[in-house]
Design a protein around this ligand. Structure first.
Ligand SMILES: Cc1ncc(COP(=O)(O)O)c(C=O)c1O
Length: 363
């Protein structure tokens, strides 16, 4: 079968299309996949599994290292020797980019923006960025919950000029590695999550638990969700991808994810008929805002640790897990459903959030 008319494509054929892209090996794959037995029992709901993208093995792990397997070759092909990227102060993306860059002799220059009130003390990812010897520029993100466009443009221009003055060649990598921008003109990061879904497909077949009904995960720049949604559509097993937004309103964000997904299809030569209905984004778990820890997040982090010995983080995976627990509670899933919680990493964020987090721990 081919998929020119929205039909499905075999996993083997989809894999073959991915093989047309340059890739470096950064992660230990397949990442672990297992049933969360105690959680499933406690909830008496659907069967719940975890895919450990926090165990990719680069730095402290996370979804960004899988994406970087496709982005690093683009940096090298463009003969850059400094990667400039940007995000919030405790960014997982920036840390993973810095770690990957070091493996290939590329210097990381990070523009880190203070977008909420975390102190810029050396803790969490910021400490790790320093250990990696990244060149770090900390700035105020400007008013509003996102990094102000004009502030970002100015900071990028300054950084590019600085690198050129050093006599080096910069490559600007867009935040999250998914939405084309800077020197990356294709959604390379999203390809990695097409690949991750194929990997999970093999694991679920081997374990005799295919097909998976739902995958639930934290969504931020949209590439993870876009890649998963494309692959789920292509394989045609009816797997639904639920993106739990940690920052942006669903209404706007769905369009952004769809656009990355359609660009991803284009570079893979696919035309699956994927549309807005395939992109489910839930934004009610943002609650008070990006990175703000509340009682539910703290409880969710503890619950996962105490039941399954797995640490999740308070900014991304903690919110996705709050969503999973709430959706089970509200009867969103059938008891026979198989649901995968995609652990996308981010655990170093537990440490800089310690004072907020401990406010919500029992005595
Ligand atoms: C731990 C973690 N989970 C999930 C995400 C969201 O991934 P994406 O940017 O592909 O939407 C991020 C992005 O920063 C992250 O750091």
């Amino acid at each position: 079968m081919d998929n020119q008319n929205g039909q499905s494509l075999t996993p083997k054929k989809l894999k073959a299309r991915l093989e047309g892209f340059s890739r470096v090996e950064l992660i230990h794959s397949p990442t672990p996949f297992r049933k969360l037995e105690r959680l499933t029992r406690e909830l008496s709901g659907p069967e719940i599994f975890v895919k450990r993208e926090d165990m990719t093995g680069l730095g402290f792990g996370g979804n960004k290292s899988r994406k970087l397997e496709y982005i690093i070759p683009d940096i090298l092909a463009k003969k850059a020797d400094v990667v400039i990227t940007y995000a919030s102060l405790q960014s997982n993306w920036c840390l993973q980019t810095a770690a990957a860059a070091r493996l290939f002799g590329v210097i990381p220059l990070l523009l880190l923006f203070k977008t909420h009130d975390l102190p810029d003390e050396l803790d969490g990812n910021l400490l790790l960025d320093h250990i990696l010897g990244a060149r770090i520029r900390i700035r105020d993100g400007g008013p509003g919950k996102f990094i102000d466009e004009a502030v970002l443009e100015e900071a990028l221009e300054e950084a590019i000029n600085e690198v050129r003055e050093w006599g080096h060649t910069p490559y600007v990598a867009p935040v999250g590695g998914s939405v084309p921008g800077g020197d990356m003109d294709r959604p390379l990061g999203a390809l990695a999550y097409v690949d991750a879904l194929l990997e999970m497909h093999d694991q679920t077949e081997q374990e005799g638990v295919a097909p998976i009904d739902y995958i639930i995960h934290a969504t931020g720049s949209g590439g993870t969700q876009a890649g998963l949604a494309v692959a789920a559509k292509v394989l045609g097993q009816g797997t639904k991808v639920l993106g739990i937004s940690v920052i942006e309103e669903a209404k706007k964000f769905r369009g952004e994810v769809l656009s990355i997904a359609l660009d991803t299809e284009k570079i893979l030569g696919l035309n699956t008929g994927l549309d807005a209905d395939d992109i489910v984004v839930l934004d009610e778990y943002i609650r008070e805002g990006y990175g703000i820890v509340d009682q539910d997040v703290a409880d969710a982090v503890r619950r996962m640790a105490m039941l399954e010995g797995i640490f999740i983080d308070p900014v991304y995976t903690g919110k996705a897990f709050v969503a999973l627990l709430d959706l089970v509670d509200r009867g969103y899933f059938k008891p026979t459903d198989r649901v995968v919680f995609l652990h996308t990493g981010g655990t170093p964020a537990l440490f800089p959030n310690k004072s907020r987090f401990t406010e919500f721990l029992p005595g």
